[in-house]
Design a binder for this molecule. Structure first.
Ligand code: KIV
Ligand code: ZN
Length: 398
C-alpha cells in the first residue's frame, strides 16, 4: 500500500452509516409483504433505532409502494429516506415524486455490471452500460443532491471494469457507491479485496462513500460486510433479522454488535442497541417471518443456556459463556433452560427464582426425579417444577 493510502486510512472517518433495507430488499420476499400502515410502523421504529438511511421501497413497482415511500418521507424525522430505481428516466421521476416530502431524500439507481448481467439481462456491452449508468445518475441528480449508484452483481464483476464504471458515475455526481454481492458468492477475503481495489484505483473515490450490500447465499453476508468495512467501505446495507431475497441480507443486529463488541475495529454506528430485540420482534410480527431460535443476537436461544456445564458456568459468572450483556440488545436477562442435560446448579437456581431455597438434602431428593421427568419432556417449565417439588414435600420458602 502506498504511503498516501496509509495516511488516507488513518484519517478515515470511523463512523459507519447503517442503511436499512428491511422495507425494500426485505419486503420483496414472498410472504413478507406489508401493508402501508405496517410499513409506517416499522419505518418509525427504524428511525428511533438510529439507522442513518431507510430504503423505504421501490416506488415504481406498485401504487402501494409509491404511497408507502411517500408517507414514510413525510413521517421520518432523522434518517435519510431512499427509494430504489432501475437506470431509466421513468423509475427516477417516480422515485423523486415519492420522496418529495423527505427532509433528506436519496435516489438509489443502478444497473447490472457483471458479464452475465450485461450479456443475458441486457443483451448489451460494457460501454453502453457505462453510458446508461452515467445518464441515470445525472438524471437522478437533477432531482436530489444525494444519489447512490449500485453496480448490481458487483461481486462477480471484473474489478477493472467495476473501477471504470465507478469513476464515471462519480463524475456524474454519485455520492455513494454500492458494491452489491447480489448472489452471495464472494469469500470475505475476495470481497474485502474488491473494496480495497476500488479505494486504490478509482479517481475521486475519497469524495464518495463506499457501501457494502451482501447476500447470504453461502452464509457469508455478515463476514463479507465486515471485510468490506475493514477495507474502507463506510456504509452497510442490511436488514432486521437478515431477511431479504433468497437466503437474505446482512443482518443489521449482527454487524452493529460486531462493531460494538470488537473495540479494536475502532468503528462506530449511531444505533441504540437496546432497541434491537424489540425491533426484531416488531419486524417478525408484522412480516409473519419466523426468526430461527439460534439466530445470533435476537433468536430466542441467543442468551439461553441449557447444558449443565454451561449453566453452572453462567450461574457462577455470566461472562463464562456470554460475550455480551443481553441488556445491551434489549433482552432483559439470560435464561437457564431446564432440560435433561441440566445439572443440580441449574435446578437450584431455577427453584430459587420461583421461591424455593433448596438444601443439599432437598436437591439430592428431587434431582433424580427431575431427571426422569426431564427425559420425558423437551423442557421443564416452572409449573412442572412446582409440581415436582410439591410431590417431594418441599415447601415455598417464607
Ligand atoms: O442485491 C442487489 O444487488 C440489490 C440492488 C438492487 C441494490 O438489492
Ligand atoms: Zn439485494
Amino acid at each position: 500500500m502506498s504511503k498516501s493510502h496509509k495516511n488516507y486510512y488513518k484519517m478515515m472517518d470511523n463512523r459507519v452509516q447503517i442503511f436499512d433495507t428491511t422495507l425494500r430488499d426485505g419486503e420483496q420476499v414472498p410472504g413478507c409483504k406489508l401493508n402501508g400502515s405496517q410499513k409506517l410502523i416499522i419505518a418509525k421504529q427504524l428511525d428511533l433505532l438510529g439507522v442513518d438511511i431507510i430504503e423505504a421501497g421501490f416506488p415504481i413497482s406498485s401504487p402501494g409502494d409509491f404511497s408507502a415511500v411517500n408517507e414514510i418521507s413525510k413521517m421520518v424525522k432523522n434518517a435519510t429516506v431512499c427509494g430504489l430505481t432501475r437506470a431509466n428516466q421513468k423509475d427516477i421521476e417516480v422515485a423523486a415524486e415519492a420522496l418529495k416530502y423527505a427532509k433528506k431524500p436519496r435516489i438509489h439507481t443502478g444497473i447490472g455490471t457483471s458479464d452475465s448481467h450485461i450479456k443475458f439481462k441486457f443483451n448489451s456491452d460494457q460501454n453502453t452500460i457505462i453510458e446508461r449508468a452515467r445518464a441515470a445518475v445525472s438524471y437522478a441528480k437533477s432531482f436530489v443532491e444525494d444519489v447512490e449508484f449500485y453496480a448490481e452483481d458487483a461481486g462477480r464483476t471484473d474489478n477493472v471494469f467495476l473501477a471504470r464504471i465507478c469513476e464515471e458515475v462519480i463524475k456524474s455526481g454519485a455520492t455513494v457507491l454500492n458494491i452489491p454481492d447480489t448472489t452471495g458468492y464472494c469469500l470475505p477475503e475476495q470481497y474485502g479485496e474488491k473494496i480495497k481495489f476500488l479505494r486504490e484505483n478509482v479517481k475521486g473515490i475519497d469524495k464518495v462513500t463506499l457501501s457494502v450490500h451482501c447476500h447470504n447465499d453461502l452464509g457469508l453476508a455478515t463476514a463479507n460486510a465486515i471485510a468490506g468495512i475493514q477495507n474502507g467501505a463506510r456504509q452497510i446495507e442490511c436488514t432486521i433479522n437478515g431477511i431479504g431475497e433468497r437466503a437474505g441480507n446482512t443482518a443489521l443486529e449482527e454487524v452493529v454488535m460486531i462493531m460494538k463488541q470488537h473495540k479494536s475495529l475502532n468503528l462506530d454506528t449511531a444505533i441504540n442497541t437496546q432497541l434491537l430485540y424489540e425491533t426484531s420482534q416488531l419486524v417478525r410480527e408484522n412480516m409473519g417471518m419466523f426468526v430461527q431460535a439460534n439466530k445470533a443476537i435476537v433468536g430466542e436461544n441467543a442468551f439461553a443456556h441449557s447444558s449443565g456445564i454451561h449453566q453452572d458456568g453462567v450461574i457462577k459468572n455470566r461472562e463464562t459463556y456470554e460475550i455480551m450483556d443481553p441488556e445491551e440488545v434489549g433482552v432483559s436477562k439470560s435464561s437457564i433452560v431446564l432440560t435433561a442435560r441440566s445439572g443440580r446448579a441449574a435446578l437450584a437456581h431455577r427453584a430459587k427464582n420461583i421461591g424455593y431455597v433448596l438444601s443439599k438434602l432437598d436437591l439430592d431428593t428431587v434431582y433424580p426425579e427431575f431427571l426422569k421427568f426431564a427425559d420425558s419432556k423437551k423442557e421443564v417449565v416452572d409449573k412442572d417444577l412446582h409440581l415436582l417439588l410439591g410431590q417431594k414435600g418441599i415447601q415455598l420458602s417464607a
